[in-house]
Ligand binder design. Structure first.
Ligand code: GLU
Length: 380
């Protein structure tokens, strides 16, 4: 059954967790070599692969004499700077043995939040793929501070999946997939082979677990799978420590947990608005405006706005909230804060009279607007 699901896959994002290629003692170079060889076999089969590899911090911290997790952000950044060179060298050597090339792509959340930089990153990665080179993506840990991080590489891998319009996301973890109970404390726990939809009950199974070496746990993997699902892409969460796991997946073996794509997917642009672009202010919307947007799929007009909170410029993403400040949608705004303060609550016909000009009737156009009610806690 899996093979049927995977038959259409041409471009795949493979996310490699720190726990897959390193242990407490540091990088496990033989694992990098084995995984690289497996990726090369996928290339031999005609697939395009974009890798998102963690492990920089885990690979570099030993050199700084750090045991366990680095305690401060500069320590983590220094460890990442050291480790990143090592992981890339590891991949590069094996790829070269198979006559393939790799490229390093380091991204920050700001890079993907800014549409121009997002499209630049996309062009670069697409060009690499055209040339048959495998991009290896990681967060640019040395320059990011906590507030502007992707959070974890599971999240990054979901955003990259949308960026490159991949057909499948494979998350290589150090566990076999999602279980119906915590397998560490329940020997009778059973693997869940297929998840149709990530419901709150499924999210609860993911828990808040977190590995010692990487940032994420099953919870962040499910969040990533949910974002990928909204790109119309399925996610496989499998054990990256199992031998030849990538080849086995494409041979049709039923391994790990497969999270199905959502039935109605967001366009790549709407996905970017919901998950990659950083929102700035809030618009408070009256009941009529909310019904127009949510129930009837209409654009937001000035008449529906009853308040604002925080600053924004034209072209920023803003949160659309009810009168109590609960977000129900997010979109790119056509007017600045100063302009919105003047036109809110007014009819479209009055915009030009008030401002002396008019960009358009819609403050947030339906094409640039995405409903986020269910996602509120995670689209930040
Ligand atoms: N970017 C980090 C690293 O390469 C890992 C982040 C994560 O584990 O999610 O070490």
């Amino acid at each position: 059954m899996r093979s049927a699901l995977l038959s259409h896959v041409k471009r795949v994002v493979v996310k490699i967790g720190s726990g897959v290629i390193s242990n407490a003692a540091g990088l496990e170079t033989e694992r990098i070599a084995a995984l690289s060889a497996d990726v090369c076999h996928l290339l031999d089969r005609g697939l395009e692969v974009v890798m998102v590899s963690s492990g920089a911090v885990a690979a570099g911290k030993g050199l700084l004499g750090i045991v366990g997790r680095p305690q401060t952000i500069p320590q983590k950044q220094a460890a990442a700077a050291i480790g990143q060179t090592r992981i890339i060298r590891g991949y590069r050597e094996t790829f070269q043995d198979h006559n393939y090339n790799v490229a390093q792509v380091l991204l920050t959340r700001d890079d993907l939040s800014n549409r121009r930089r997002y499209l630049n990153a996309r062009n670069t990665v697409m060009t690499l793929l055209e040339y048959g080179v495998t991009p290896i993506v990681n967060e640019n840990d040395t320059v990011v501070v906590e507030e502007i991080r992707f959070g974890d590489n599971d999240n990054l891998s979901a955003l990259v999946t949308n960026l490159v319009e991949a057909d499948l996301l494979i998350i290589l973890s150090d566990v076999d997939g999602l279980f119906d109970k915590d397998p560490t404390s329940h020997p009778d726990a059973e693997l869940i082979p297929v998840v149709e939809r990530i419901t709150p009950a499924i999210e609860a199974l993911g828990g808040k677990s977190r590995g010692v070496l990487g940032t994420g746990g099953m919870g962040t993997k499910l969040k990533a799978a949910k974002k990928a699902a909204l790109s119309g892409v399925g996610t496989l969460i499998v054990n990256g420590r199992s031998k030849h796991i990538l080849a086995r997946i494409f041979d049709g073996e039923d391994v790990g947990t497969y999270v199905l794509p959502a039935q109605s997917k967001l366009t790549a642009k709407k996905h970017w608005i919901a998950f990659s672009k950083k929102p700035r202010g809030k618009l408070l919307i009256d009941e009529g405006g909310q019904a127009a947007v949510v129930k009837h799929g209409k654009s937001l007009l000035p008449s529906g706005i009853c308040g604002v909170d925080g600053g924004f410029e034209r072209g920023d993403a803003v949160r659309l909230c009810d009168r109590d400040g609960h977000e129900f949608a997010r979109g790119v705004i056509s007017y600045s804060l100063t302009e919105v303060l003047q036109i809110m609550g007014k009819q479209c016909a009055e915009i030009e009279k008030i401002l002396g000009y008019k960009y358009r009737d819609e403050v947030v156009c339906r094409d640039d607007l995405v409903l986020t009610q269910d996602e509120e806690e995670e689209v930040d």
